[in-house]
Design a protein around this ligand. Structure first.
Ligand SMILES: Cc1cc2nc3c(=O)[nH]c(=O)nc-3n(C[C@H](O)[C@H](O)[C@H](O)COP(=O)(O)OP(=O)(O)OC[C@H]3O[C@@H](n4cnc5c(N)ncnc54)[C@H](O)[C@@H]3O)c2cc1C
Length: 423
């Protein structure tokens, strides 16, 4: 078989929003960069997510006081966070780490770092939206309104909002009447809301396309339909990656393969305890009246994003690994949940259904940095529910670490070797 080979300064594996943001930053610094994507750019988890750019919600998944909730979720197939009980050693190890990571100290440091990454990123998305010639992607900074139906729900949320406020994310408390008056699309038994005026939203796939176009303009070579299969390496560095279209050799490699980073990482010689958590989004016809801003139906854990001519409703988190099958019961639970607060059509009307795999680390923090035991392999993965809202910051942080500069963010909570991921 004839094999082609390609040479570049940096080969980024995975053309989702995170890989693209890293590629763009590295190219801006003068490196020759290629992105190797086995399918099409932005076609996986970055395609149909909720489209929220919300530092107010950029928090690690693992939180203090989680253990009782997890036990309840385990037993309820309609809960917003579902773990089908199964004898899977990777799942058991993941859950053990998840529960032990939910301590207040690491949570608060991680939260501060993620919020900082997200605030930087939302500004970067805004800048991209304003760049002359950039493809429009529905960027709007209209804020996020989080809606509560129980006194306990709003009380817990206020304490979390007070925490993110310390990290520079302001909020306002709205009464039930203020919610109805300012957001007439909301009905049902809500008792009040928290409003985060600096949050933004966008249409996810157009946003990724705009980012890809920007990376291409900066000189990045975007290569689709090329799958990375394995690697040539010695004990301390990679020489080349083997792909379906020959070898690619680079000075440095960035693994940004989302929920597949665990299985691919093993082939590259690193262990990354990332697990795919499936979620769904539905795009339905617009409401009358249509929401003015993003809404979070907090107790139902449903995200609502008003596009110009449609409504996107997203939710559920099911730890599944790499399984992309559709669980209709969970999809119906999202529609049923949204109907409790919004006047969705009955029947829904023309609907697009999408599902994706959030790459989740057990401590709920992305991994951004050099892989332990491999000099020229860098990791940018594990962004759980925050990949879109933290991608530009991730790119900036990774580029700073790769060039040995002092990082602009607290890099410690993202360290790639915190789980001992050597080969
Ligand atoms: C329902 C839902 C709602 C969400 N809402 C939000 C939100 O509102 N805001 C937010 O910030 N985040 C949200 N997220 C999370 C967000 O979508 C992810 O964090 C983000 O898309 C992860 O990006 P990524 O680039 O790491 O992964 P992906 O987008 O999955 O990209 C990884 C890429 O790697 C490629 N790849 C894998 N293996 C190989 C290989 N061997 N060779 C070459 N390429 C390979 C894949 O094909 C894929 O394109 C949501 C997720 C879901 C499921």
């Amino acid at each position: 078989m004839h094999e082609q080979s390609r040479q570049t300064d940096v080969a980024v594996i995975g053309g989702g929003v995170v890989g693209l943001a890293c590629a763009l930053e590295l190219a801006r610094e003068g490196a020759s960069v290629c992105v190797l994507e086995r399918d099409r750019i932005g076609g996986a988890c970055s395609y149909g997510n909720a489209g929220w750019l919300t530092p107010s919600m950029a928090l690690p998944l693992a939180r203090p006081g989680q253990i009782h909730k997890v036990m309840r979720w385990l037993l309820d197939p309609e809960s917003p966070f579902y773990i089908r009980p199964r004898a899977d050693p990777a799942l058991v190890a993941w859950l053990f780490r998840f529960l032990t990571a939910s301590r207040r100290g690491p949570f608060e440091r991680g939260a501060a770092a993620l919020v900082a990454l997200s605030r930087f990123s939302v500004d970067a998305w805004e800048q991209l939206a304003r760049t002359p010639g950039s493809e429009p992607f529905g960027f709007a900074r209209n804020g996020l309104l989080s809606i509560y139906e129980t006194p306990r729900g709003i009380e817990v949320a206020r304490s979390t909002a007070a925490l993110t406020e310390r990290f520079g994310v302001p909020f306002e408390s709205w009464t039930a009447d203020e919610v109805r008056e300012r957001e007439p699309a909301v009905r049902g038994s809500q008792i009040g809301g928290l409003f985060f005026p600096q949050d933004a939203h966008c249409e996810p796939y157009p946003a990724v396309r705009a980012l890809a176009a920007s990376a291409k303009d900066a000189g990045v070579d975007l290569v689709e339909n090329v799958e990375v299969l394995g690697v040539d390496r010695n004990s301390s560095s990679l020489h080349a990656v083997r792909t379906t279209h020959g070898r690619v050799s680079a000075k440095d490699y960035v693994l940004a393969a989302g929920a597949w980073s665990g299985s691919l990482g093993r082939r590259l010689g690193v262990r990354i305890p990332v697990l795919g958590a499936k979620g769904y989004s539905l795009v339905v016809p617009p409401l009358r009246p249509h929401p003015r801003r993003s809404l979070y139906l907090a107790e139902r854990k449903i995200a609502v994003n008003p596009h110009a001519d449609s409504l996107r409703i997203s939710g559920t988190l099911e730890l599944v690994g790499e399984d992309l099958s559709i669980n209709w019961r969970r999809l119906e639970a999202i529609v049923k949940g949204a109907r409790g607060i919004l006047a969705l059509g009955e029947p829904l009307g023309e609907t697009q259904i999408w599902r994706g795999l959030r790459p989740c680390m057990p401590d709920g923090m992305p991994v951004i940095g050099r892989a332990r035991g491999c000099r020229n392999l860098w990791l940018a993965t594990g962004h759980q529910m925050t990949g879109l809202k933290t991608a530009p910051g991730t790119g900036r942080l990774l580029a700073e670490l790769m060039s040995g500069r002092t990082p602009s963010f607290d890099a410690a909570p993202f360290r790639a070797d915190r789980f001992g991921n050597g080969s």
